[in-house]
Write a protein that binds this ligand. Structure first.
Ligand code: HEM
Length: 470
């Protein structure tokens, strides 16, 4: 709902001065996350940043974040910065607004409801077991694994089987390439080729066109498989979905774009979150021990089911803390349709607003020692003490992540099963840096870990050397 600004002050919005013409674009491109954290530290919770011809407002004041995402969300649309996503993903849930978005959200929502996602649990268990069985083999051979590849494959296989009824394993290497490209393309802000129309055959445009062709072929296969077998509850909803005005079935393009959106938004995010959770636990032996005790007490060595995850509150807090420090979707934009007031500052109509869970989640005003990994921040009584919108890894309001219940279920099951069977330690000399020039917070390079099967080690925990940083 749109509401009028509460007051109309003309106080200038603080922000970095930057250099003539380019403004702060060079710092933004060098390390966007570090730059935005610095802007919050030096200029406060509402600031104005000039990026070449554009100006954006970085908003981390909790009240103002709540106003953008919830209280006045009718005034904030996907806008210009989401155009980068549209080029790749087309018109799906993530990139559209208004009636089109509402109809699509309504059509697919049933499979993502809290109770409905329990149906995903057996798929997560199967895919995780398959991965861990392979890990046993590799551990026996003394081979490390790349955690980036492993977590991406796990979440892609789980999502594809559980929602679309399709075994995507043979296509995983090709899809990983596609996803890598897509992520790079979506957040290359400020490059000249980004400004050129899509019909000009730049390298970037050719890559996007090729990736969309690969995905279109995959979608055709998945739809044919569904037509033959009836498998895949989400596929069923998508094939039956109709336009509320015309009553017509979704077009092939609509189906493709929505499937692409759910594949991309659903697996990369969960994989990145699993990766940071595993690394954070490996780096904090006390956390590992406390989590092991809980898992052993609740599961006693058996595989988890959907009902068990509610009995693992500390494991959930470990995941919550990992999503605080390393929120996979760490920054996202909105455009203000009409002028508004945020945190006492006037924001003109048409302004681009940036919300950053990463910046908000490390705000020292609300988080003591924000860089430290401490799952007890999420003890229920401490959660109650914090203002709303200091923590929003899944967004908030009407546009809140549709897959949040699914992701949290998947993460608890995978983390519990991995911890039951392995300790991980980073290969010596590795320092993990997150990929903060990308749309997701994926590490910049592969993350090679050594696997220590728990029964072979005969130890409860292991103190690995994991170096993690910005
Ligand atoms: C840890 C895992 C995940 C994180 C951190 C995450 C984060 C987010 C965030 C922050 C948004 C809101 C973006 C905005 O408001 O601009 C979002 C939206 C969305 N997410 Fe997720 N997500 C995760 C997992 C998933 C999964 C598992 C799925 C589906 C299988 C999914 C599908 C979507 C879709 C379709 C949207 C757009 C929703 C809409 O606007 O109606 N996400 N996600």
């Amino acid at each position: 709902m749109t509401s009028t600004p509460r007051t109309s002050t003309a106080r200038p919005v603080p922000g970095p001065r930057g250099i003539p013409v380019l403004g702060s674009l060079p710092q933004w491109k060098k390390s966007t996350a570090e730059f935005l954290l610095r802007v919050q530290r030096d200029h406060g919770e509402i600031s104005r940043i000039k990026l070449g011809p554009q100006e954006v407002y970085l908003v981390s004041d909790p009240e103002a974040v709540g106003r953008v995402l919830k209280d006045n969300n009718g005034n904030y649309v996907r806008g210009t910065l989401y155009e980068q996503f549209r080029i790749v993903m087309g018109d799906g849930l993530l990139t559209t607004d208004g009636d089109f978005w509402k109809a699509h959200r309504r059509a697919v929502q049933p499979v993502f409801l809290r109770k409905a996602v329990n149906a995903v649990a057996p798929y997560v268990v199967d895919a995780t077991r398959e991965m861990l069985d392979e890990w046993e083999e590799r551990a026996r051979r003394g081979e490390p694994v790349d955690l980036v590849t492993e977590t991406l494959r796990l979440t892609l296989v789980t999502l594809s089987r559980s929602l679309f009824g399709y075994d995507v394993r043979p296509a995983v290497p090709v899809l990983k390439d596609v996803v890598d490209n897509v992520i790079e393309v979506m957040f290359k802000h400020g490059s000249v080729t980004e400004m050129l129309p899509s019909w000009i055959p730049t390298k970037r445009n050719r890559t996007i066109a090729r990736d969309r062709r690969i995905f279109t072929r995959l979608v055709t296969e998945i739809r044919e498989h569904h037509a033959a077998t009836g498998e895949g509850r989400l596929m069923e909803l998508i094939e039956a979905a109709t336009d509320p005005v015309t009553g017509q079935r979704w077009t092939d393009d609509e189906v493709r774009d929505e499937m692409l959106t759910i594949y991309l938004a659903g697996h990369e995010t969960t994989a990145v979150s699993l990766l940071w959770t595993l690394l954070s636990v490996a780096n904090n032996p006390a956390v590992q021990t406390e989590m092991d005790d809980e898992i052993a007490r609740v599961l006693g060595g058996r595989e988890p089911g959907a009902d068990d995850v509610e009995e693992l509150p500390y494991t959930r807090q470990v995941i919550d803390e990992s999503l605080r420090l390393y929120p996979p979707i760490w920054v996202y934009p909105r455009d203000a349709v009409a002028a508004d007031e945020l945190g006492g500052y006037h924001v003109p109509a048409g302004s681009s607003v940036l919300l950053s869970p990463l910046v908000s989640h490390r705000n020292p005003r609300h988080w003591d020692n924000p860089e430290a990994f401490d799952p007890h921040r999420f003890d229920p009584e401490r959660v109650k003490e914090r203002p709303r919108m200091t923590y929003f890894p899944f967004g908030a309001g009407a546009r809140m992540c549709i897959g949040n219940f699914m992701a949290l279920l998947e993460l608890r099951i995978a983390v519990a099963m991995i911890s039951q069977r392995f300790r991980l330690s980073l290969l010596p000399g590795n320092f993990i840096r997150y990929g903060d020039t990308s749309v997701s917070l994926r590490p910049m390079s592969e993350v090679l870990v050594r696997l220590h099967p728990r029964d072979l080690d005969g130890r409860h925990g292991q103190a690995p050397s994991v170096a993690v940083g910005a």
